[in-house]
Design a protein around this ligand. Structure first.
Ligand SMILES: [Zn+2]
Length: 266
């Protein structure tokens, strides 16, 4: 090229745009990839902004941990977490437990308190199978529509169910729909819990085929990814053996949310 390149923004060897003297070339594919990566990080960015706003409100957080939640783990560690929402369901849970069993891995189940209470035997089986049980509120409301006290009550009631069943306390709370605002964030902080979000959404609840679920995950997964799936979805259960095989083939270790957090979340 004989024209002098003024700007050459390069991400993973993909040039997004080049501005040369007299011409401007735009690479749409590169830009889409860049925007997609940015979108994957948006929850992390939102969390950072909220942490920052809290530090403005209450002054420096000092010795307290600066982060109050996690959308994905350490981007330099080849680990991912499998998470299952909205359980326990009346049907399909035993199949899910059995599908996970041969891989000797710990998955994280975000349980709806009222279901955990109603299907207590299944809740206990999940725990006995070695999985981590986390808080997904008591009634699965849209938390951002509630006052802070009401949000805390939703979290407390789910925690009480765990307590009554002699289960280890939940560490993360996943807001239904993944939607949160400053009140939700504040409630989590006051309850001394952590927001448990995700960065890979399989949309398995829409009735997608197992192959599509696997394809979505494998095309978007990265180091530290938290993969969102749902309890009691037959196609998800069917996808699991091949999914775990492909993740392992790419060198990912499958760990729990708490392991990801302890390894250093962003
Ligand atoms: Zn949910």
């Amino acid at each position: 090229m004989n024209k002098r390149t003024l700007i050459d923004y390069n991400k993973n060897n993909k040039t997004i745009f080049k501005m040369s003297a007299g011409s401007l070339n735009f690479n749409f594919g590169g830009a889409v990839t860049f925007l997609f990566r940015l979108f994957r990080l948006y929850r992390s960015i939102l969390l950072c902004l909220m942490t920052f706003s809290l530090s403005l409100e209450w002054g420096p957080l000092g010795e307290e941990r600066l982060r109050w939640g996690m959308a994905s783990g350490d981007p330099f560690v080849r680990e991912v977490a499998l998470t299952f929402d909205d359980g326990p369901r009346e049907r399909g849970m035993q199949e899910l437990i059995e599908a996970l069993y041969p891989f000797d891995l710990t998955a994280s189940f975000f349980l709806v308190g009222k279901f955990a209470e109603r299907y207590a035997t299944i809740t206990l089986s999940l725990h006995e199978a070695g999985h981590e049980l986390e808080n997904h509120t008591f009634t699965h409301p849209k938390l951002y529509t509630l006052w802070t006290e009401k949000i805390m009550r939703e979290m407390e009631r789910c925690n009480e169910v765990f307590e009554n069943l002699n289960l280890p306390p939940a560490y993360f709370m996943r807001p239904p729909g993944g939607s949160f605002n400053l009140k939700v964030f504040n409630a989590v902080r006051r309850m001394d819990m952590r927001l448990g979000l995700w960065d890979v959404n399989t949309a398995d609840y829409t009735g997608r085929a197992s192959e599509d679920i696997i394809r979505t995950i494998m095309s978007t997964v990265g180091n530290g990814s938290v993969i969102l799936m749902h309890s009691g979805v037959p196609n998800t259960v069917r996808a699991l053996p091949e999914l775990v095989r492909q993740l392992k083939a790419r060198g990912y270790r499958i760990v729990s949310m708490r392991d990801l957090w302890n390894a250093g979340a962003i």
